[in-house]
Design a protein around this ligand. Sequence first.
Ligand code: ZN
Length: 181
Amino acid sequence: MQLSRSIQHCRACGQATVYRVPADDNRPRAVCSGCGLVHYENPLNVVGTVPVWEDKVLLCRRNIEPRHGYWTLPAGFMELGESTAEGALRETDEEAGADIELQGLFTMLNVVRVGQVHFYYRARMLSTRLNPGPETIEARLFSEQDIPWDELAFKTVRETLQCYFADRHSGRFEVHCGDIT
Ligand code: ZN
């Protein structure tokens, strides 16, 4: 599936690229018309957490687009040089300023349409101290009955929260893998 033809100029020499199937390949790539460099585009990882304090889950209200003003679990794009767990901790610190301890991978959700894979870890909050960063309007703890289901930012957040409460009711947490369509 060709998502977009977004690379218009060569990363190495700046000349225009053309999308074509390179020799021994099977799909179109942005190939530099000058130096011949092939630019590969691959899915991005989004990493985040389900921070829990007692019976409540921490959500952040987004201060950035897309989905400004909607509620999300703390999450963001993984950076080079970090593991998925390190990225999840970093994003939770940046967006909520929450002090947490990871408890293991919880969901792995493919979002093929936008070329992303989202990983959420369960996390135990070590205190209720919060210090939201500039990407967050407010960070707040929600009981299950107060979750703003109609104001959630992303389908992966909804899916992860649904899995979380279902597992909590059953008394057993498992890893959930799925595709968001
Ligand atoms: Zn080039």
